[in-house]
Unconditional design. Structure first.
Ligand SMILES: [Zn+2]
Length: 234
């Protein structure tokens, strides 16, 4: 990947997340690791995910200095800086205030595999960041969040939002989208009555392998890109 390709992917990932319902006015962001490991490509503050274009990007160093682009970085850039610093295998991280995830986290119940999306965690519960419900605005909080995420595809940030990550931009975006949709299904089922049927851990593990291999993640990502280009909401 070249730096130009990383910039293009940052734009496309931002637009794709907007199409998938992760908009929260100007809040929430996606970061792509700079191929030369100078830091992350991320949008500048003050713009919505659907508004991102190449002129609005910053290259932010792992010390939170803006190396390219204008203005200050997002206060919560430490989420991405520390998640990507902790896991050199990761290429991309996502932080949004997706509403289903926030509402579901408030219930403090395990995320069950009610649907294909729910099987993303292979029968395990989704990790939850309990250190603060306020902004992750320091390197120490970013490191703590990275520890909570571990090697999971995504984690809930109760009272706040979610974080997701992946070894590709496609994976990070799809992990964020799948977690929010799993929370949406779970909320609907809880609202309608007691939950009776869900995958046990063995079935959830099998479904994770069957439903979410790299090819399916890539196909979902391509669909999100087409939806974003057509200005459709998924
Ligand atoms: Zn936030």
């Amino acid at each position: 990947m070249t730096p130009a390709e990383a910039q293009e992917l940052t734009v496309r990932a931002s637009n794709a997340l907007a199409a998938a319902g992760h908009r929260d006015m100007i809040w929430g962001h996606v970061a792509v690791r700079d191929p030369q490991n100078r830091g992350i490509w991320i949008k500048a503050p003050g713009w919505g995910l659907e508004e991102v274009d190449p002129a609005l990007l910053q290259l932010v160093s792992f010390d939170a200095e803006v190396l390219s682009g204008t203005g200050k970085p997002h206060k919560e850039c430490h989420i991405h800086l520390e998640v990507l610093r902790a896991r050199p295998d990761l290429v991309c991280s996502v932080h949004t205030h997706a509403r289903n995830a926030v509402a579901f986290a408030a219930l403090d119940v395990p995320l069950l595999a009610l649907s294909h999306e729910g099987a993303l965690f292979g029968g395990d519960d989704v990790p939850r960041f309990g250190k603060t419900g306020a902004l992750v605005s320091t390197p120490a909080l970013g490191r703590s969040l990275a520890e909570t995420l571990g090697d999971a595809p995504a984690a809930l940030m109760p009272k706040h939002g979610m974080v997701a990550a992946g070894r590709s931009v496609a994976a990070a975006v799809m992990h964020a989208v799948l977690l929010d949709r799993a929370c949406q299904v779970h909320l609907a089922a809880l609202a309608a009555g007691p939950i009776v049927i869900h995958s046990d851990p063995d079935e959830a593990r099998a479904k994770r392998a069957e439903c979410w291999p790299e090819a399916q993640i890539e196909a979902g990502w391509q669909y999100l890109l087409r939806s974003a280009a057509a200005r459709l909401s998924v």
